[in-house]
Design a binder for this molecule. Structure first.
Ligand code: C5P
Length: 317
């Protein structure tokens, strides 16, 4: 009987500490300049490779009717991985292409809310790529895996690295910067989500806000300083001042006004920084102590502006 190997792994979420849209590409995608930050809140995955049964990719996610198995990013990641591996081995004249496509069952436990801008689907997909890369003995170089990842989704390359990274172009240029790990993060996610394509489409109808590349390059290079204490890390991040902008926030607030109300509620409750992540609809606030984060979390939970929201207290990784 064909042996089954099962890998248990997790897939952390992210927030965008800031996100600038710098241009539109001929294929309709946008050139981005953003710092992504991994957070300690995850989906869980069990990936079983091999065994009897048809050589197909199966995605299971109990209790989630919104997950369409062969449209899911995990499916896309495994599918792209296998077709690239087949092509690579065929080009090297190494192996019969059919023998390297074992049955692959991906079992997902979703915790990261969808349509939140927290990268759940992309992180799951990156975890699948990492598992397959390990299972097949690292057939792809880091660069090849990065290219494969961006073809699965714009945020996927970041999750191959995690931590704190500057991400540029569509998302494929990833540069790790000094870690802002350990900062308490409060996530407040309205029940209504924002569609990423709709949000990007809305930004196309207006002139893009000015992007001062030199100012950002200076700020991001200052972020490479190592800081020991949480308050020093937060202070360093906050030196970004007016550069700390998410260009997708305005169109997202137009579509889900509660996003703007939550940001105000978090600031009123004492958060020194609160903004939307990605294309929303989740909002995050950063703190230099767990006590402060807990206090703001308790206040916001009773605030009518955060009615029906998912509230998550976690930290940066
Ligand atoms: O690549 P991904 O599927 O994550 O992107 C979702 C949608 O977001 C794309 O279909 C596109 O409309 C938009 N997008 C974009 N520019 C980016 C990333 C995403 O326009 N850099």
């Amino acid at each position: 009987m064909d042996k089954i190997e099962t890998y248990k792994t997790s897939a952390n979420a992210k927030v965008n500490l800031f996100l600038r849209v710098c241009g539109t590409l001929p294929n309709g995608y946008h050139r981005l300049y953003t710092v992504m930050q991994e957070i300690d809140y995850c989906d869980e995955l069990l990936v079983s490779i091999g065994g009897e049964g048809p050589a197909e990719i199966v995605v299971e996610c109990e209790g989630r009717t919104d997950i369409i198995p062969n449209k899911n990013l995990c499916y896309k990641a495994a599918d792209r991985f296998y077709s690239s591996l087949r092509n690579k081995l065929a080009a090297e004249g190494k192996q019969d292409s059919r023998s390297i496509f074992p049955r692959t069952v991906i079992n997902l436990t979703k915790n990261i809310p969808s349509e939140s801008g927290m990268g759940g689907g992309s992180s799951d997909a990156a975890s699948v790529l990492i598992v397959l890369q390990e299972h097949f003995g690292n057939p792809f170089t880091e660069e090849e895996l990065g290219k494969l990842a961006v073809n699965v989704g714009a945020d996927v390359p970041f999750f191959l690295y995690g931590g704190t990274c500057l991400c540029e172009k569509v998302g494929e240029d990833v540069t790790p910067i000094a870690s802002l790990a350990g900062l308490p993060v409060l996530i407040v996610k309205p029940s209504e989500g924002v569609s990423t394509p709709e949000c990007f489409k809305a930004i196309d109808s207006e002139e893009l806000p000015f992007f001062d590349g030199d100012a950002y390059a200076g700020y991001v290079s200052s972020l490479t300083e190592e800081k020991d204490s949480l308050s020093d890390k937060l202070d360093l991040f906050l030196t970004g001042g007016e550069l700390l902008v998410n260009d997708l926030q305005k169109p997202a607030v137009n579509s889900v006004p509660q996003i703007g109300e939550i940001i105000t509620a978090l600031k009123d409750a004492g958060a020194s920084y609160a903004a939307m992540t990605g294309s929303g609809s989740a909002v995050f606030a950063l703190f230099d102590s767990e006590e402060k984060a807990k206090e703001v979390s308790d206040t916001v939970k009773t605030d009518p502006r955060a009615k029906d929201c998912i509230v998550i207290l976690t930290k940066t990784v």
